[in-house]
Design a protein around this ligand. Structure first.
Ligand SMILES: [Zn+2]
Ligand SMILES: [Zn+2]
Length: 259
């Protein structure tokens, strides 16, 4: 059984096709998926999905790519994260690729999420793009990692160097690979995935974006996480069942879901 640790099935590209998406998960042996919030406005919809489907979990958080929207507070996030179907805080983090200029608000928003994670005990889902140095710095300053008494979490849709992966793993974080690792030009990332131990690895789709090979160009969906798993098993030269079991076990351990 496979698990999609990061998807956005509430996005308009996918929201209207839910029965079909759930059926394709079954057909591809994808037992569970985590639907990740990106704004406070979308949170009720994400939570409703998790409340009405036993194999869909949800998170609460505000993505760094959205300026000028409702800012989360530590107390607000902690209150929302207390719901039993909310298994994580995020997605949060830093993105200096999509946005430029004075991004102090992004860093402040990230700090708020880390504080909420520490207070609620729920792990972080971290998005980082062209900002790995500041991301790691804030994780350390705010004591996000299990090494510093935090709840830890996952570096999602990982595309950074092995050094960044190792720094995050040293703080107790997991590294999640998406369809990007299957792309032909992703040689450096493939080398990183080879080096990340199975005990620290998660898999995801980040659907509706980034469909893996051989579905590249299509609208991505949780069932396609199977292709990410198949690619990584080949890359790491382990049986597919070994990779599936490890990433599913890691998912349940990280998000405190009964095994
Ligand atoms: Zn992201
Ligand atoms: Zn995402």
């Amino acid at each position: 059984m496979f698990v999609d640790s990061h998807c956005h099935i509430d996005f308009p590209e996918l929201a209207g096709r839910l029965p079909e998406i759930l059926e394709k998960m079954r057909a591809n042996e994808v037992s569970e998926a985590l639907c990740v919030s990106v704004t406070l406005a979308d949170f009720p919809g994400v939570l409703a999905l998790a409340e009405s489907h036993p194999n869909i979990y949800a998170s609460v958080g505000v993505h760094p790519d959205y300026p000028d929207i409702d800012e989360p507070t530590v107390a607000g996030l902690v209150a929302q994260a207390a719901h039993p179907r909310i298994v994580a805080i995020g997605e949060t983090g830093l993105d200096y690729f999509r946005l430029q200029g004075d991004l102090e608000w992004q860093r402040e928003r990230f700090r708020v999420h880390i504080r909420a994670s520490r207070e609620s005990g729920k792990p972080l889902i971290i998005h980082t793009r062209s900002a790995s140095e500041d991301t790691l710095r804030l994780m350390r300053e705010e004591k996000a990692g299990t090494d510093a008494g935090g709840a830890g979490g996952v570096m999602h849709c990982f595309t950074e160097s092995l050094a960044v992966a190792e720094a995050a793993m040293a703080m107790g974080f997991y590294i999640s690979f998406s369809g990007i690792v299957t792309f032909k030009n992703a040689k450096e990332l493939q080398a990183v995935a080879r080096a990340v131990p199975l005990e620290r690895m998660l898999i995801e789709t980040d659907s509706p974006y980034l469909a893996p090979v051989p579905m590249r160009g299509k609208t991505n969906e949780p069932g396609f996480v199977r292709h990410v798993a198949e690619f990584l098993a080949d890359l790491k030269e382990v049986p597919l069942t070994t990779l599936a079991e490890a990433t599913t076990r890691n998912f349940r351990t990280l998000f405190s879901i009964p095994h």
